[in-house]
Each structure stands twice: as C-alpha cells, then as structure tokens.
Design a protein around this ligand. Structure first.
Ligand code: ATP
Ligand code: MG
Ligand code: MG
Length: 552
C-alpha cells in the first residue's frame, strides 16, 4: 500500500489534534445493513479507518439499523467480513444504532417538553403539500400548536402501539419557512409495527436517520463524523439536534465526494436487483463491484487500499475510470503472483523431429524479478499445446507468432518451425506439425544465430491439466449505466462472462489453493475461485489482463 496522501480531512484532524481541540480522533463507518458493501464503501472505510490508524485514534463500526424491514444478518456478517478483509479492525467498538433507541426516545420526549417537537396527524400527502417547495415557504400543520401535554400523551401512545402504521409522526418544531427543506419540521419518528432483527418487537416506532445519526455520534464520542456530500444540506439539522439536546459531546460533520466508478452501478438497491433477478450469480459474483465480488475475482486488499489512496479525498464530484482499479490490482499482483503457463484455446503442435516418448524438463523461475520465489520444472515432449491466437494460416504483415513455414520461440524451451496443418472435413484445424531446433534453448535465437521475434507460451500436451476458466468483461457496456432517463439494466453487457471449460494448465496448477493468484504468462492474472474450486480441480477467474484493455 502506498503512503497516505494529504487530503483536507487529514489536515483538519491534524489541526484539531495540534490545537488541543481533541486529544484523540474518533471516527466511524456507519453502513446500513441492507446489502453487501461495494467499492464506494471501501473509499469511506479507508478514509475513516485510515484516519484512526494514522492518528492513533479509533474507528467504530456502527450498523445504522434504524430501518427494521430491509435488514438481514447475512448483510451484517458480510459487512464485517469486508471491513476485516480490507485490513481494518474496529477492536471492541462495534455498535448498532438500535442500541440507542431508548436514549433517542428519551431525547424525543425531551424535545416535546421543550416545545420543540409535536405529534402530527397529517397524511403523508398533506405533509408533502404543507412542506412547500424550494421557492415557496411551507405552511404550518394545524397540529403544530398542540400542547406539550397532548404531544407527550400522543407520543407515549404511539410507543405503546395504539395507532396504526403511518397514522401519525413525531416532528421537530423548527421552521416551515426555512430555505433548507431539511429544517422544515423534519420527521423524527414514524409508526412501524415491524420486528427488528436486533431488538425484536421492543418497538413499533422507529427514529429517522437524521434523528439517529448525530446523536449516535455524540453517544459514542465521535470527533469527526465523515459522510458523503449529499448530506451537506443535512448538516444544519445535525447541528440543531446537538444544540437542542443534552448530548454528552459535540461531534462535527464533514462531507466528501462519493466515489463514482465508470461502467458500473453502486446503489445497493440496484446491486440487490441484479442478484435477486439472477442477472448475476450472487452478491459475490466476480463481476460485481462489491468488496466480496472483487475478493472472489482475485483483487487483493492492498490493491483496493492503494486505489482508495490514489483517487484521493476531495469535495468535488469526479468520475473514476474502472481502469485505475485494474491498474492497482495489476501492479500488486505483478509483485506477488507466481508465474505459470496456461493455454486458453488449445491447439496441438506435434514436433515431428522430437524423439517419441522423450520427456525433458526445463527449470523455470516462478517470478522473473524475485529469485527467492524459487523455480519449478516444466515438462516438454513431442506434443505441445499452443494458444489458437498464436497461430495464423494467412497472417498479416508484421505477424510474429506461428504461421506455416514460420518460426517461433516456445518460451524457456526451443525454437520451432511450423511445417504443416492437418484439418478436418469442415476445414477446422485439428493439429499443427513442426520441427524444433535442438540448439535453441538459450533465448529467442536459433542454433545458427538468427534472432526470433515471436515468443509464445505452451504446454506439454500429455502433462497439462484441464481446468475451467472464466473470463470477465465489464458488467455494463455504458460508462454511466446509472445516469437516469433509461433503465440501467438495458446497459448490461451480455458478454460479461465467458466460460472456457477446457483450458489447459501446467500440472502444478492443479493443486492451486482456492484464492491464490497466478500470472498466466501473456494472458493475465488468474485466481483460483474460492467457492467453485475443488481439491485437485481448480476453477480460475481472470482477475485482470496484463495490459489495459479498457482505455482502448
Ligand atoms: P447505497 O446508496 O449504495 O445504498 P448508502 O450511502 O446508502 O449507499 P450506507 O450503508 O449508508 O450506504 O453507507 C455507509 C457509508 O458509506 C456512508 O457513510 C456513506 O457515505 C459511504 N458511502 C456509500 N457509498 C459511497 C461512495 N460511492 N463513495 C464513498 N462513500 C460511500
Ligand atoms: Mg445510507
Ligand atoms: Mg442507500
């Protein structure tokens, strides 16, 4: 991971510590457990946990579980796993906003007693109408003038379950003419007879996000409450609650620009739709922008952390190209992944002048720049496999791979010349024939000193294992499938997944541990799928190609 770069929040925290405003920094990451985390959340995780790590503070993981109907323990577990996998630790600071329901309720009564909250019986349609517009002040609800005693009585009866869902709400009494719509008597509580995954049937009224978030921050002693820019206009309300309630401390809200990544969608609602309608194979489908999808694809935590550092943290909305994420994982795997040979679309090449039955072994480095990663032995025999892409019957000018009459270097082994093609009745190539140059093992040079331009990968046919390999393309074929005006699903790329059931690999790869990545020479980085691989029968996912194919 690259060293943390400066950003405005880092500066604010450093200044607050230097000035003594805070003794220690406390941040929080507050996901709503209504889906799996995605790469946008990774930006927030790296920011919040990164500040705590770098300034010796603490970052809390807080489940924002105020909405009882959308939540699921599967999501809770996946969120914890994602944060841990990214390399962060909340220590013993795991919280649920629902833990604060009683305190929040008491504070709601406190506001009522102060004349700062009232029970409103308007219908949702009427409330909307009374709210006014950006250019037009709102109107006071006829229930705004209720006495403290009446409000307390009604609110207690709301809690006791006397009223049906949606019949009444508790609202703050702020200013129906405020230019900030969030201050026009926002709703604090709604009636919802629903079982909560954490607190069960204890409540039939639930606090709204705005009434929960800042107070939760205050209860936990959060110093810097960092959220995305769409909450900027909520900040005055965040502060209004802190100003009007006897909170134990006064956190401050700061906003930063959310991550927008090309060729993908990031709203959990949309990701969930893709999962539920079977358009992808689960939240951890390797094409998904979820952290669990990226993990399964073969992304590394270090690559994602580096990506989050490189995109930076600012206050203006920007689009990030998917190729930057790919570059980060490519750079990381280049350092760490062992090299191996694989053939995606095998074509047999029979070397007629190589002794039948003979097998020799070439000792090959596992990593070209890291001798400490050792070597392995690659068997070579009379029948080798090459990739269909590396042979052309009628090549264009400048083609340096194999062609009839042409020569190519089989990397680490010999120079071979193609002498003929055998085809079936339909004209499809069955096998190639060739001859090798026994004195050509030292680099791409023939025994008589001619330099060979093309170097290709290969496998010994009788030794190679057979595996399923999955190649992925972008999930959407439009840079901004979420732009509105059209259903994002119409931009799904029908060719985002290609399954190659009969790829061939070096024998050693048949024992690849699930989750390990390799560079298949010339083909990209591939990870043994952590779910679908069986002992002795790996399935490989292509993490990323060797070169940027997105920009093209
Ligand atoms: P979604 O719309 O995808 O459901 P959300 O913001 O509603 O996202 P939360 O679970 O509430 O999801 O998010 C937890 C934290 O992650 C919030 O602090 C939010 O600001 C942050 N976050 C969510 N999406 C992004 C993003 N694209 N870039 C940066 N931070 C994000
Ligand atoms: Mg949210
Ligand atoms: Mg959301």
């Amino acid at each position: 991971t690259i060293a943390p770069t400066a950003n405005f929040l880092r500066t604010i925290v450093a200044d607050d510590l230097a000035s003594g405003k805070h003794q220690t920094v406390v941040t929080r990451f507050p996901p709503e457990p209504n889906g799996y985390l995605h790469i946008g959340h990774a930006k927030s995780i790296c920011l919040n946990f990164g500040l705590a790590r770098d300034f010796d503070g603490q970052c809390h993981l807080r489940f924002d579980d105020t909405n009882p109907v959308k939540e699921d323990t599967e999501y809770i577990e996946s969120i914890k796993e994602s944060v841990r996998w990214l390399g962060f630790d909340w220590g013993n600071h795991l919280y649920h906003a629902s833990e604060y329901f009683e305190q929040l309720y008491q504070w709601a009564e406190y506001l009522i007693e102060q004349g700062k909250a009232y029970v409103d019986d308007l219908t949702p349609e009427q409330m909307k109408e009374y709210r006014g517009t950006l250019t037009e002040a709102g109107k006071d609800s006829p229930f705004r003038g209720r006495s403290v005693a009446e409000n307390l009585d009604l609110f207690r009866r709301m809690r006791a379950g006397e009223f049906p869902d949606g019949s009444r709400v508790l609202r703050a009494r702020i200013d129906m003419a405020s230019p900030n719509m969030n201050l026009r008597d926002p709703v604090l509580y709604r009636i919802l007879h629903a079982t909560h995954p954490h607190v069960g049937d204890a409540w039939c009224i639930y606090p709204m996000y705005d009434f929960t978030h800042g107070q939760s921050d205050a209860l936990e002693g959060i110093t810097h409450s960092i959220c995305t820019l769409e909450f900027e206009s909520h900040r005055p309300l965040y502060e209004w609650f802190l100003d009007n309630l006897p909170v134990p401390c006064r956190p401050r809200q700061y906003e930063f620009a959310r991550l927008n990544l090309s060729y993908t969608v990031m709203s959990k609602r949309k990701l969930q739709e893709l999962v539920q309608t079977g358009l992808v194979k689960g939240w951890d489908d390797p094409r998904m922008p979820t952290i669990m999808g990226l993990k399964r694809r073969g992304y590394t935590p270090a690559a994602i952390r580096t990506f989050c550092e490189r995109i930076g943290v600012g206050r203006s909305d920007a689009w990030i190209g998917f190729e930057l994420l790919e570059e980060c994982v490519r750079n990381d795997l280049n350092e760490t992944a062992l090299r191996a040979m694989a053939v995606l679309h095998p074509v047999k090449l029979i070397i007629d002048n190589y002794p039948e039955g003979q097998v020799e072994e070439f000792e090959v480095a596992n990593h070209p720049a890291k001798p400490e990663l050792g070597t392995r032995k690659m068997p070579f025999s009379r029948e080798v496999l090459i990739d269909a892409d590396d042979f052309m019957e009628n090549p264009p000018k400048g083609y340096h791979r194999l062609t009839v009459g042409g020569e190519v270097k089989l990397k680490y082994a010999y120079v071979v010349k193609c002498t003929g093609i055998v085809k079936d009745a339909d004209g499809r190539i069955i096998e190639l024939h060739g001859e090798y140059d026994p004195g050509s093992t030292n680099g791409p040079v023939t025994s008589d000193g001619r330099k060979i331009k093309g170097v290709i990968h290969w496998l010994s046919a009788p030794h190679a294992g057979t595996v399923e390999t999955r190649l992925f393309d972008r999930l959407f074929n439009d840079p901004n499938p979420d732009r509105g005006g059209a259903d994002y699903k119409q931009f799904l790329n029908p060719d985002s997944l290609a399954v190659l059931p009969l790829c061939r690999v070096e024998p050693s790869l048949m024992q690849a541990a699930p989750g390990t990545s390799f560079q298949f020479e010339r083909l990209g980085y591939f990870c043994a799928d952590e779910k679908d691989s069986q002992p002795g029968k790996p399935v490989f996912n292509r993490v990323v190609t060797l070169k940027d194919t997105w920009g093209a």
